[in-house]
Design a protein around this ligand. Structure first.
Ligand SMILES: NC(=O)c1ccc[n+]([C@@H]2O[C@H](COP(=O)([O-])OP(=O)(O)OC[C@H]3O[C@@H](n4cnc5c(N)ncnc54)[C@H](O)[C@@H]3O)[C@@H](O)[C@H]2O)c1
Length: 253
């Protein structure tokens, strides 16, 4: 089966590297026009330039911090201005765990983590859905984590934020199910990305993680991106409010 997509623009927040960049590559090579929105200007620009040169779709980079509502709203407007009505959005940005136990986490750290991972997701949903309402169609996807349902030590801010993302996905799906706008999520397990390598270096609890996975290997970003792209495609038209694990069997344990 070949995936088909609605016409219009696609937005990938947190798409400079990792899972988001892999999904943007699928979309651009499928002929779609994609804005990559990220606060990493260097990698975001490089990824957009690389994808545009591969084509056949186009890619454009827009700088955004997802915790800044005005910037999120502007990024959505820029996407629509560049490539037309917003057909799909994939949201990947998160504040990575810092290997701190509850008593070591300051309120400032907690608030920053939630401002990016949970409130940032809400802000992206809010402005993406607002842009989709006039056409009465669209697909919004959140990258959550298996940490939402199976906690990881030293990560309470992240675990709580991702559990919140799962709830946000389900609630938003109900709000817009009758309006033609679908909202879904994905819970990756352990996926080899720059972010995973950074967390792994900071958190000895993640060492040897492959042995703990039923599938006995770490996943790659393309394996998660494939699920996200399917949720953005017309072939998932009857799916909304789902949070799909792509985790090598971790959440089945
Ligand atoms: N890699 C894994 O093992 C794994 C597992 C479970 C969930 N996830 C989730 O997948 C998503 C993508 O993770 P990844 O592993 O590809 O991470 P990554 O760190 O490799 O990529 C995340 C991207 O988000 C961007 N970003 C971070 N904060 C931002 C902000 N405030 N505003 C805009 N952009 C911001 C980063 O610059 C980066 O480009 C995250 O939500 C993460 O929690 C990853």
């Amino acid at each position: 089966m070949k995936l088909t997509f609605s016409e219009g623009s696609y937005l990938v927040t947190g798409g400079a590297v990792g899972i988001g960049a892999a999904a943007a590559e699928y979309l651009v090579t499928s002929g779609l026009n994609v804005v990559i929105a990220d606060f990493d200007v260097e990698n975001g620009t490089a990824t957009a330039e690389r994808l545009s040169s591969v084509g056949p779709g186009k890619a454009k980079f827009v700088r955004v911090d997802v915790s800044d509502e005005a910037a999120v709203e502007a990024a959505v407007a820029e996407t629509v201005g560049a490539f037309g009505p917003l057909a799909g959005a994939l949201n990947c940005a998160a504040y990575l765990p810092r290997n701190k136990r509850v008593h070591e986490i300051t309120a400032e750290h907690w608030n920053k983590s939630h401002a990016v991972s949970l409130q940032g997701m809400f802000l992206c949903f809010k402005h993406q859905i607002t842009a989709m309402q006039p056409q009465g169609s669209g697909s919004v996807v959140a990258i959550s984590s298996t940490a939402a349902v199976a906690a990881v030590p030293g990560s309470s801010d992240y675990v709580a934020a991702k559990a919140g993302v799962n709830g946000l996905v389900r609630a938003a799906a109900l709000d817009y199910a009758a309006d033609g706008i679908r909202v879904n999520g994905i819970m990756p397990g352990a996926i080899l990305t720059p972010g995973f390598k950074q967390s792994n270096a900071a958190n000895p609890n993640l060492g040897g993680v492959a042995d703990l996975l039923p599938i006995k290997r770490i996943g790659n970003p393309e394996e998660v991106a494939a699920g996200a792209v399917w949720l953005l495609s017309n072939e998932s038209s009857y799916v909304t409010g789902a949070v799909l694990p792509i985790d090598g069997g971790l959440s089945a344990v």
